[in-house]
Design a protein around this ligand. Structure first.
Ligand code: ATP
Ligand code: MG
Length: 339
């Protein structure tokens, strides 16, 4: 049996499930579970109609095998679910853990059924509804208030170092040409150029990047954006916590808000945070939000945003000031930009 599950046959999975979960199954089909890049994530259907999701984290990016990736990330993901599902609200919004093969980096989780993520929000045809927005923030409230036992450490340092490069460092280099922004939106290269050579902006990103490594006792999801939220016929679920660690909660809030900014849902999201979340550092959240907007528009982790140069220019220009100043209110005008 090959170490990587993309080479496995149904009978390999039958044996492995028996060994890891202690359950006799007859795998009928192996399907890609949904959109994803980093891992091998499959839906296994059984002869008797049941199904299961299997996820393996190879020491490279599953879709781009030339790109190395920290291979213990599935262990962090599993550990996150183990901690989070102690809370009823988080448990109700998480898949169930069914088995883990630590040595081969393979996890089994419950199949939530056919699901759609929230990528459609970027198209701006449909707004995020208030009830879902509240649920998304309630999830963060439950998560950030979890009591993590003193014996638990959760650094996920390799994944954090990887993310740190792509969020706080590489997007702010004048001589990094990993992406031609004009192929994304004509004229964007010229718009982004001044920001790539702005020493104050680079300094602000660097300083914020240091806080990304700050240790706390607060568990955060670490990648709280629309592709980690899925809607199923059993309701809303939050998945893919492979970037989780114990750090500043404003990172989750800021990333959440950044995607609300980019999908034109800022006012709803920010007002709801203020209504229900409780205390947080607004300036810090603003900066994490801004850096996420900047890197998504000007670097390689692109999203299907509204492909309008004026929309992106406006978002960038505001985000640059927000990253330098921490003034979240500057985003208040964004709702008018594309409407
Ligand atoms: N438990 C589940 N039940 C149903 N569908 C799931 C489940 N887990 C994952 N999926 C589907 O598979 C897709 C990919 O899963 P996931 O995001 O965990 O993989 P990934 O390789 O970490 O992706 P990425 O490269 O975006 O980080 C999800 O968007 C979802 O559609
Ligand atoms: Mg992932």
């Amino acid at each position: 049996m090959d170490n990587f599950i993309n080479q496995w046959t149904p009978s390999d999975f039958n044996d492995h499930i028996d060994k890891i979960i202690g359950k006799k199954v007859n795998v009928k089909s192996i399907e890609i579970a949904g959109d994803g890049n980093m891992n091998f994530t499959y839906r296994l259907r059984f002869e008797d109609q049941g199904s299961i999701i299997v996820k393996q984290s190879p020491p490279f990016c599953a879709r781009f095998p030339d790109i190395p990736a920290p291979e213990a990330r599935i262990i962090s993901e599993f550990k996150y679910y183990e901690l989070a599902t102690k809370n009823d609200y988080l448990s109700d919004h998480s898949p169930a853990l069914l088995g883990l093969d630590k040595a081969n980096r393979i996890a089994y989780i419950s199949d939530l059924g056919s699901a759609t993520d929230f990528e459609y929000l970027y198209g701006q045809d449909k707004k995020l509804d208030k009830v879902t927005c509240q649920k998304l923030i309630n999830y963060l409230i439950s998560l950030h208030n979890l009591n993590i036992p003193e014996s638990v450490s959760f650094d996920n340092l390799d994944m954090r170092k990887l993310n740190h490069e792509y969020i706080f460092h590489l997007p702010f280099l004048a001589d990094n040409f990993a992406i031609d922004l004009d192929t994304v939106t004509n004229g964007l290269e010229k718009v982004a150029r001044p920001y790539k050579i702005d020493p104050d902006l680079k300094k602000a990103a660097k300083e914020l990047g240091e806080l990304y490594f700050q240790k706390t006792r607060i568990l955060i999801h670490g990648d709280y954006y629309p592709m980690s939220w899925i809607e199923t016929n059993k309701g809303l679920f939050i998945i893919d916590p492979e970037f989780a660690f114990m750090g500043l909660p404003e990172i989750d809030l800021g990333v959440f808000l950044a995607h609300m900014v980019m999908s034109n849902n800022f006012a709803l999201a920010y007002n709801t945070i203020n209504e229900v979340y409780g205390d947080y550092d607004v300036s810090l959240m603003a900066k994490f939000c801004a850096v996420e907007v900047i890197r998504r528009i000007t670097y390689v982790s692109q999203l299907p945003l509204l492909n309008s140069l004026s929309f992106k220019s406006e978002l960038l220009s505001i985000s640059v000031t927000v990253l330098k100043t921490g003034k979240i209110d500057l985003y208040e005008n964004i709702d008018c930009i594309s409407s």
